[in-house]
Design a binder for this molecule. Structure first.
Ligand code: NAD
Length: 464
């Protein structure tokens, strides 16, 4: 075995948690090793956020072309060339992965290709035979799609998003098990690709973490595109039925089933800790996830964990944030992760985004709150764009007017939530937003008007 190489920090996993941690540590002058067994960029770039959103963008264009006639522009029915759609998707991924490689090179981060195992605090083995010594180790190994232990879950045609993003042509029909974020995003993509989509969700609603009124706005839009939604439907079995797959589920009215050419398992993700050697190190776990404190420290000194592997909020932007926190602490600074204002974005069509508290949580916490809303149908910009469905909703503390939560469904909700995130993070009051000039004609005016709804009411929406 070659002589061990010495570093200040060794990071295991090159996803948005690990590579951002590496770059931040390098900015702070550390000697950094990054260990990745696959392609840099992790799930987000290679198998998650980026390819999925590239497909969603394609589907938005399909809808735009379908509505072009409203603008007096006749282009005929769009024809989708799936091969070119997915080739572009891969090109976007490759370009971003290439960008990460360049950034790491420029930051003088040493990248090791191989599986990393922690032999002891301060020592990492990059299998099979390279060894790294590092004062601190950051585990950023992410997560993998969860598999439910039901009969038939591994028959061919039952896939996770990893495989679904590799297919060469869309199936005629797709049953999606799980009506969470992944289930809904893929339902939107495939419904527009003309696949017959059926969602089977065991809870009484899809998107449990989203406000009821937001879900109520989304559901009819999904149904109008032909998506069938079964809630209160716990999947028990998947069977081969001639050429098709049959998904059997329990409902309050007894057992039912639906058929599809493919079945997508979208039932959550599991922290990925295989082969890291955690039990030998006695690292404290929280079920499948690595337990950490706010400084992203595990119970073993010098070992940190960030991102999906900590099982807290499985979001790329949270992983990156935690990565910065971890390496700053490892390098002698003091910083604690604050997850009180995390934007949560769903790239459905239309998009959904939220931050802070919802009505249910405010009630549970015994907070007295006031809700105000502004519909995009009353927004000049939304009408100009031809994207006027949805609304902005604010949940504010009744007495102080402090913004507790912001909930948006509509075009570019995932961009609009940035202002809401800042408001929640800074403890802004609705009055602060009202007194902030918002440019006209823009989508953020809807946020301004929703804030006005906390007082006398919005200007551009009056009840008759
Ligand atoms: P999820 O937890 O959001 O949803 C999984 C759903 O599957 C739940 O609603 C659950 O009730 C349901 N389910 C579980 N077992 C079932 C069964 N036997 N029958 C029927 N339904 C069943 O998980 P996900 O959508 O798989 O996403 C995984 C993770 O990835 C999440 O943490 C999510 O936030 C993250 N993610 C985020 C984004 C984004 O930010 N846009 C996109 C994709 C994934």
């Amino acid at each position: 075995m070659a002589e061990p190489q010495n570093f200040d920090i060794a990071i295991l996993g090159g996803g948005p948690g690990g590579y951002v941690a590496a770059l931040r540590a390098s900015q702070l002058g550390a000697r950094v090793a990054l260990v990745e067994k696959d392609r840099l960029g992790g799930t987000c770039l290679n198998r998650g956020c980026i390819p999925t959103k590239a497909l969603v963008r394609g589907m938005e264009i399909v809808l735009e072309v379908q509505h072009a006639g409203e603008f007096g522009i006749d282009v005929g029915q769009p024809e989708i060339d799936f091969h070119r759609l997915t080739t572009r998707m891969r090109r976007v991924v490759d370009s971003l992965v290439g960008g990460v490689e360049q950034l790491l090179k420029a930051g003088k981060v040493t990248v090791f290709t191989g599986s990393g195992r922690i032999i002891s605090p301060g020592r990492v083995l990059v299998e099979p035979e390279r060894e790294i010594n590092a004062k601190s180790i950051v585990i950023a190994t992410g997560s993998v799609p969860a598999r439910i232990p039901i009969p038939g879950a591994s028959i061919p045609g039952v896939v996770t998003t990893d495989e679904l993003l590799q297919i060469e042509s869309p199936p005629k029909s797709l049953v999606i098990i799980g009506g969470g974020v992944i289930g809904v995003e893929f339902a939107c993509i495939f419904a527009i690709l003309d696949t017959k989509v059926t969602i089977v969700e065991m809870l009484p609603t899809i998107l449990l973490q989203v406000e009821d009124d937001v879900v109520r706005r989304l559901v009819p839009l999904l149904k109008a595109r032909g998506v069938e939604i079964n809630v209160g439907a716990a999947v028990k079995e998947i069977k081969q039925s001639n050429e098709l797959l049959e998904v059997v589920f329990d409902t309050s009215q007894g057992q039912r089933s639906v058929q599809g050419e493919m079945v997508l398992l979208a039932v959550g993700r599991w922290p990925y800790v295989d082969g890291l050697g955690l039990s030998e190190l006695n690292i404290k776990m929280n079920r499948r996830a690595i337990a950490t404190n706010e400084r992203m420290e595990t119970n073993v000194e010098g070992i940190y964990a960030i991102g999906d592997v900590t099982g807290q909020r499985m979001l790329a932007h949270v992983a990156s944030y935690q990565g910065e926190v971890a390496v700053e602490n490892a390098l002698g600074h003091r910083r604690e992760a604050d997850l009180s204002a995390v934007p949560d974005c769903i790239f459905s069509i239309p998009e959904i985004a939220q931050v802070g508290l919802g009505e249910k949580e405010a009630k549970e916490k015994g907070i007295s709150y006031k809700v105000s809303r502004f519909p995009f149908s009353s927004s000049a910009r939304a009408q100009i764009q031809g994207e006027s469905s949805g609304f902005v909703k604010l949940v504010c503390e009744a007495e102080s007017g402090r913004v507790l939560g912001v909930h948006i469904i509509g075009h570019r909700a995932t961009d609009l939530i940035a202002e809401g995130t800042l408001a929640v993070k800074l403890g802004a009051r609705a009055r602060d937003i009202v007194e902030t000039i918002h440019a006209h004609p823009t989508f953020p005016e809807a946020f301004h008007e929703a804030a006005m709804g906390q007082f006398e009411g919005p200007i551009h929406f009056q009840r008759l």
